[in-house]
Design a protein around this ligand. Structure first.
Ligand code: ADP
Ligand code: ASP
Ligand code: MG
Length: 402
């Protein structure tokens, strides 16, 4: 069997944990399997690197930022190689350059395009454990790129797909995927299985347990994923196309506090305004999420939308630059919001799910700012201070605990 095993930051945070991971990998290796290990930077090292960069320059060039961040993963794979060597197991660490992990050119948020597997295959044939840096890639200019925060999961899934691995295991600091973040929701329950589609929505809507692109890629290439703990042997959660257990009404609740809301007030109520507005943002690669347009009154209308916090400054600057062209009256931004979502394939055939969510928010006296829905999710924008309380209330209302 060829197994890809990915370990996140907390799982390799110190010497003891590095050895713990090394031993878990060696166990599989000693059974005769080919083992490819993908690692994140140790503990909060990526955050520390970001803080160091900010201290030197509050707006660091994105290229230099990726150059810096790529150190984190390189450090963990080298140390893991040393730990395995100490345990007398042949292993080799490789970074994105050495493997050749090709990405798009956007720094900070690159997409993996192609992974050369030749070097990895050669090392596996020589019966080595191959330890690969997560999160990083190389673009067509031969510069380092990174895949966005949490991107090591995507490296692991992409490697599993490229190598046609038999298993892709994501080891983290909780023992699986829960109905909500177990660190925030008291009655969160571990799921045995979840579909790609549901997990993709949960991940996109703030459940940081998996990078959303990793789920997207797993679905595209049919890579079965297992999410489990690096610290114990409990079973974990399988992410796959179809689940065998009976569908619950909803499978999870997610909270995202990274979103910010921008309101463009007093746009002319004529065709083409939404196009102009969002085209300005699209040209700058800024992802827009929820959009709300008011009913036009006295010849003007307002458009509000959410973007990721990290894009706020650029979005506001772009809209201010285009003020004359767009002809709006005011521009507001609001940072203290949270996006609360429920996700579940079961809601397709069950009316009243959204109403139930709204009722539980009403009971908690939580005000709803914006609403968006799809076949399998309902999202509301609320005040950030209400976030965790609202998430617990909604989770309890759907009776997701045991
Ligand atoms: P890693 O460093 O291993 O990649 P992450 O911090 O990226 O770990 O992801 C694991 C964290 O995701 C957990 O500690 C948990 O707080 C959070 N989380 C958010 N939503 C969920 C969920 N639905 N199920 C499990 N964990 C979740
Ligand atoms: N080290 C990176 C981060 O902290 C990538 C990852 O952990 O997946 O975002
Ligand atoms: Mg992660």
């Amino acid at each position: 069997m060829l197994i890809v095993k990915k370990f996140g930051g907390t799982s390799v945070a110190d010497k003891e944990r590095i050895y713990n991971v090394a031993r878990r990998c060696i166990e599989d290796y000693n059974k005769g399997n080919d083992v490819v290990v993908v690692l994140s930077a140790m503990g909060k090292y990526t955050d520390e690197l970001i803080a160091m960069a900010q201290d030197i320059n509050e707006k660091p060039p994105k290229r230099e930022m990726d150059m810096l961040l790529s150190i984190g993963e390189q450090m963990s794979v080298a140390l893991m190689g040393m730990a395995m060597n100490k345990l007398k197991i042949p292993a080799v660490s490789l970074n994105a350059f050495q493997v050749s992990m090709h990405t798009t050119s956007t720094h900070g948020n690159a997409r993996l395009k192609r992974i050369d597997t030749e070097r990895i295959r050669r090392e596996l044939e020589n019966r080595r454990i191959v330890i690969v840096t997560g999160f990083q890639g190389v673009n067509k200019y031969d510069d380092y790129t990174t895949l966005g925060r949490g991107g090591s999961d995507t490296t692991a899934v992409a490697l599993a797909a490229a190598l046609h691995a038999d298993a892709c295991e994501i080891y983290t600091d909780v023992d699986g995927i829960y109905t909500a973040d177990p660190r925030k929701v008291k009655h969160a329950r571990k799921l045995k299985e979840i579909t790609y589609d549901e997990m993709l929505d949960l991940a996109t809507l703030g459940a940081g347990v998996l990078h959303n692109r990793s789920v997207e890629m797993a679905k595209k290439y049919g890579v079965p994923l297992v999410v489990r703990s690096s610290l114990n042997n409990s079973e974990g959660t399988v992410v796959k196309e179809e689940v065998s257990v009976e569908r619950m009404l909803i499978s999870g609740v997610a909270l995202d506090t990274d979103a910010v809301r921008i309101a463009v007030i007093g746009l002319k109520d004529v065709p083409g305004m939404a196009f102009r507005l969002f085209d300005i943002l699209a040209r700058r690669n800024i992802n827009v999420d929820m959009i709300l347009q008011s009913i036009g009154r006295s010849g003007t209308k307002d458009i509000s939308f959410t973007v990721n916090q990290s894009d706020l400054d650029e979005a506001v600057a772009a809209l201010e630059d285009s003020r004359a062209r767009l002809g709006y009256k005011e521009l507001h931004s609001e940072r203290n919001i949270a996006k609360l979502s429920i996700v579940g394939a079961g809601m397709m055939s069950n009316p009243g799910v959204a109403a139930k969510m709204f009722e539980s928010l009403y009971n908690e006296n939580v005000n709803i700012n914006m609403i968006a829905t799809s076949e399998i999710r309902v999202t509301v924008i609320i005040q950030e201070k209400d976030g965790v309380r609202a998430m617990n209330a909604v989770h309890d209302a759907f009776d997701l605990s045991d």
